[in-house]
Design a protein around this ligand. Structure first.
Ligand SMILES: N[C@@H](CCC(=O)N[C@@H](CS)C(=O)NCC(=O)O)C(=O)O
Length: 217
């Protein structure tokens, strides 16, 4: 099982990489990590060498190459069934998949106007058109999951699941842009931020030399 490697982008900026990396980290399996700095002259060529979509993240397992963050998460859930990367109960699992898809396919205003910048701090910025609506939706969704399923732990479905990895970059954004949350949202944000794997990623992001200019208004 130790023939696993993951290709990720800059840890400060690559939100999709963070999601897949956190899921892989949660399995406890050893893995090799390849970081490709994004937005540089050589980026495309380096991505092409690893990724059929020319995007990161990419998981490699033996001869298998898996791209797309959610597909990677699903693959790992099957490979490591005892880690319980999805909730065990079918209702909780269905909701966990729905909220994971919702951030993967939607909440575009927030993903566009509040780019992930793990080490950056821009309080009050990033409030482009539609962002407040997305923030309200996320706060509702977090509250609903915590109230209905969160009893057995600090995360959306109690213990860590793939849904928490999918929202981890949102947690980072809410810290970067200092987004005000109700007490349930704030407690969840703090639990994800304190999570050792998240802290490890944030430390690496802070140590990276690369800077990508992202206009934040
Ligand atoms: N839907 C994809 C999105 C992947 C994606 O857009 N990755 C960005 C980095 S976060 C990327 O590789 N961009 C290529 C580039 O900047 O050249 C997923 O879920 O994995």
């Amino acid at each position: 099982m130790n023939d696993l490697s993951i290709v990720v982008g800059n840890k400060n900026y690559s939100s999709w990489s963070l999601r897949a990396w956190l899921v892989l980290k949660q399995t406890g399996a050893p893995f090799e990590e390849i970081v490709i700095p994004l937005d540089r002259p050589e980026t495309k060529e380096k991505l092409r060498a690893h990724s059929p979509s020319e995007r990161v993240p990419v998981l490699k397992h033996g001869d298998e190459t898996i791209w797309e963050s959610l597909a990677i998460a699903e693959y790992l859930a099957e490979l490591f069934p005892t880690t319980k990367l999805w909730p065990s109960h079918s209702s909780a699992r269905a909701v966990a998949r729905a909220v994971s898809n919702e951030i993967h396919a939607g909440l575009v205003a927030l993903r566009t106007h509040m780019p992930m910048d793990v080490r950056g701090r821009y309080p009050g910025k990033g409030r482009g058109h539609g962002v407040d609506k997305d923030i309200d939706r996320i706060a509702d969704l977090w509250r609903a999951c915590r109230n209905r399923f969160g009893g057995g732990g600090d995360y959306l479905f109690g213990p860590f699941t793939i849904a928490d990895a999918m929202y981890a970059p949102v947690v980072s954004r809410f810290i970067t842009y200092d987004v005000e949350l109700d007490h349930i949202g704030a407690a969840y944000r703090d639990a994800v931020w304190r999570w050792p794997a998240m802290q490890e990623w944030a430390k690496s992001a802070s140590d990276e030399p690369w800077v990508i200019e992202q206009p934040v208004v």
